[in-house]
Design a protein around this ligand. Structure first.
Ligand code: SF4
Length: 250
């Protein structure tokens, strides 16, 4: 779907939606771009409408940046631009050009990703290294440490995602790590301890966050005619959240 030409002039990005006053996806107030497309199928996904890489608005990096830049007075010293999804790395050429424009104006850039497209193979890896030149912080989900459980939750291995975290650590790139807490699915104590051990092995993690599971996106599954796999699963209690936070050292 993505069109690329020399210099990035004709690249088009497929954008699902934009939040002009985001407060959770990175530091301060942020212009958040939710890119279209994701290969994973997380059972708790609250944005299933972003999965298909079609049915989205087309933007050029310049037009999108010009729109974002109108909000710069809100960003003050610590806000900026975040690209999220869906899975933003599926449109790596587009977000690289978009972030390049942001860095020309010295704006802070955050990439919020599941890490699923990451590989050290070419040509992805060179593109990733290039993108990191213009990215200040990466927010990475570690959905589960156990590979089989990860496959059960998302349909995919987590080995390349953990490798991405190591790669970012070696690059010296600041990271936030996130974990969605779903009772009975991602709150296994042993796995949380393993997650903590893994996070401690990384050199550049500045923040760890628990995102409590919620059911606000269930209607979207129904609207798309897809059976919701977590029917009947309750949101975590305050105690469950506190217990997980304690294990992760938050
Ligand atoms: S990675 Fe994110 S967007 Fe993709 S299926 Fe999982 S929760 Fe949904």
């Amino acid at each position: 779907m993505q069109k690329q030409t020399t210099g990035g002039v004709d690249i088009k990005g497929y954008v699902n939606s934009i939040e002009t006053f985001g407060l959770v996806d990175g530091p301060g107030v942020r212009f958040v771009v939710f890119m279209q497309g994701c290969n994973m199928r997380c059972k708790y996904c609250h944005n299933p409408e972003t999965w298909k890489l079609s049915c989205a608005e087309e933007w050029t990096p310049k037009d999108l940046f010009n729109k974002a830049y109108r909000y710069k007075t809100y960003w003050k010293d610590n806000g900026g631009i975040t690209v999220s999804g869906g899975e933003a790395l599926l449109q790596i050429d587009f977000i690289t050009e978009f972030f390049k424009l942001a860095k020309e104006k010295n704006i802070q850039t955050v990439l919020d990703t599941s890490g699923n497209p990451f590989t050290r193979e070419e040509e992805f890896y060179s593109k990733f290294v290039e993108l990191m030149k213009y990215t200040d912080i990466v927010i990475l989900d570690i959905k589960e440490m156990d590979e089989e459980k990860h496959k059960n939750i998302t349909g995919f291995t987590n080995q390349n995602i953990l490798d991405m975290a190591r790669c970012l650590s070696d690059m010296g790139k600041e990271m936030w790590i996130r974990r969605v807490l779903v009772p009975g699915l991602t709150d296994d104590e042993e796995d949380l301890h393993k997650t903590k051990e893994f996070i401690d092995s990384l050199k550049t993690v500045s923040k760890v966050e628990i995102l409590p599971y919620h059911t606000l996106g269930v209607f979207k599954w129904e609207k798309l005619g897809i059976k919701y796999p977590l029917d009947g699963v309750k949101v975590p209690s305050e105690e469950e959240i506190e217990k997980a936070k304690k294990i992760l050292g938050i």
